[in-house]
Write a protein that binds this ligand. Structure first.
Ligand SMILES: NC(=O)c1ccc[n+]([C@@H]2O[C@H](COP(=O)([O-])OP(=O)(O)OC[C@H]3O[C@@H](n4cnc5c(N)ncnc54)[C@H](O)[C@@H]3O)[C@@H](O)[C@H]2O)c1
Length: 418
């Protein structure tokens, strides 16, 4: 479909290219900057304004945006106030700012594309959901892995009933993060920063996509159908941080699916994250490489492999399509993410914080001007736990401690640690 017809927005009698404003252009905001420049080149959008409290005038994205006619604001509220005609605003700022900025932008009448995690606490996501409903403005969440073709295919297959009743979903993510990752920004690895919840760790940051996709699959394409009702979690830290970096979580959902999530940032290498879905007619393996393999109990198999996709561009196109009425559904709406935030809050409630892995199970070594932290045998431990559907403490892992299951029945406020 030619992009000229694809992206044009109608306003009265005039046709115009959607206008976007970006808040946060450093850190991950660089990826949004690059996406915006790509889409600008294609004539798909126009960036008329961007905001950040800190910019480097030599920054490539900053210069290109200015050259393309965008105006820079130090204060994002000024940007919103002076650019009423923005069709949507992208928010790529520290986690604790997501809720106040999203609520502010919605209240001022803007559609929003909000970075993940959309909010840290259930009360905060509920406030964004309420604001979006009250204003009639969209709040999409940049859980870009929801836009993988293979992931959409998997959910279609599940909805068609080809895997039968889904009873278990297992997500596994094993990456390596060195100290420079935690030194890049003051809130990295923190539970609370400047008095605000951050809960930065595998769940809310690098593997948020994995957990969110597990819940979507458990809900046959709709995470809200898989609302967590009970969560048991073991949240460990190998790095010298407050948050978790080595985690296992068991979730029982309202629609009777068991979701198991295993993640570490203390692996020896970055392995491809994957999800295994079990149904009574077979099981499927989906990976971040855009691959899907299905093994049916009747002996048949199906394999799907797609090219790598510009996932963030997909999120922009999808939001524009929903704004213009070409599409009905966002890949990831704020309402869709409520189950994710409940799962995250339930995990911290179950563990009551994070637990240190003793030094004799850790290897710390200097690598490329930084320090790498490995949990000994973590790949073996996660493989074994995820194949037997157990938590670490149930697999006799020496450093593991059993936790209590937490019921989310009637749960509406997270207030641990404060
Ligand atoms: N979708 C993904 O795959 C993905 C990957 C990594 C990070 N993220 C998310 O991106 C977000 C940003 O992460 P980061 O590591 O870039 O954070 P960061 O701390 O580096 O901040 C991002 C930007 O926000 C700016 N900023 C801070 N306060 C501001 C304010 N009051 N007004 C305007 N700008 C402000 C900072 O100057 C910086 O440029 C987080 O929510 C993170 O979870 C998403």
């Amino acid at each position: 479909m030619p992009f000229t017809t694809y992206f044009i927005l109608m306003k009265g009698e005039d046709y115009m290219i959607p206008k976007v404003g970006l808040i946060g252009i450093n850190g991950f905001g660089q990826n949004h900057g690059r996406t915006i420049l790509q889409l600008t080149k294609k004539g798909a959008i126009q960036c008329s304004a961007f905001a950040d409290i800190k910019v480097d005038p030599d920054n490539y994205i900053y210069n290109k945006l200015i050259k393309n006619g965008a105006k820079y604001y130090k204060n994002y509220q000024d940007m919103l106030y002076k650019n009423e005609d923005l069709n949507f605003v992208v928010i790529s700022t520290p986690i604790a700012l997501h809720k106040p900025m999203a609520v502010d932008a919605l209240e001022k009448g803007f559609n929003v594309l909000l970075e993940k995690p959309p909010a840290v606490t259930i009360q905060d996501i509920d406030e964004i959901i309420d604001k979006s409903k009250a204003t009639g403005k969209l709040c999409a969440v940049n859980f870009q892995n929801t836009s993988h073709k293979s992931f959409i295919k998997l959910n279609d297959i599940i909805r068609e009933g080809k895997l039968g009743d889904i009873y278990r979903v297992v997500g596994v993510g094993m990456w390596k993060r060195t100290d420079d990752y935690y030194e890049r920004t003051p809130w990295a690895g923190k539970l609370i920063h400047n008095g605000d919840y951050v809960l930065d760790g595998t769940i809310n940051n690098p593997f948020a996509h994995l957990l969110n996709n597990c819940l979507i699959i458990a809900g046959k394409g709709e995470a809200k159908l898989a609302e967590p009702k009970e969560v048991q979690a073991e949240l460990y830290r190998g790095h010298k941080i407050e948050g978790e970096d080595t985690t296992c979580v068991r979730i029982h959902t309202q629609n009777d699916v068991e979701v198991l999530f295993y993640a570490t940032l203390c692996n020896i290498k970055n392995a491809t994250p994957y999800i295994i879905v079990y149904g009574d007619k077979g099981h499927a393996v989906w990976t971040y490489e855009n691959d899907l393999e299905i093994q049916y109990k009747d002996g048949n198999e199906e394999k799907f492999s797609y090219e790598s996709e510009p996932l963030i561009e997909n999120m922009y196109y999808n939001l524009i399509d929903v704004i213009t009425g070409k599409e009905q559904n966002l890949f990831s709406s704020i309402e869709d993410c409520r189950s994710f935030v409940l799962a995250s809050n339930g995990a911290f409630e179950s563990c009551k914080g994070t637990m240190e892995i003793p030094d004799d199970h850790i290897i710390r070594q200097e690598e490329d001007d930084t320090v790498a932290t490995y949990v000994k045998d973590i790949e073996k431990i996660i493989s074994s736990a995820s194949q037997s559907w157990k938590l670490f403490s149930e697999c006799s892992v020496e450093w593991a401690t059993k936790t209590e299951s937490f019921s989310l029945d009637g749960y509406g406020e997270f207030n641990l640690f404060k």
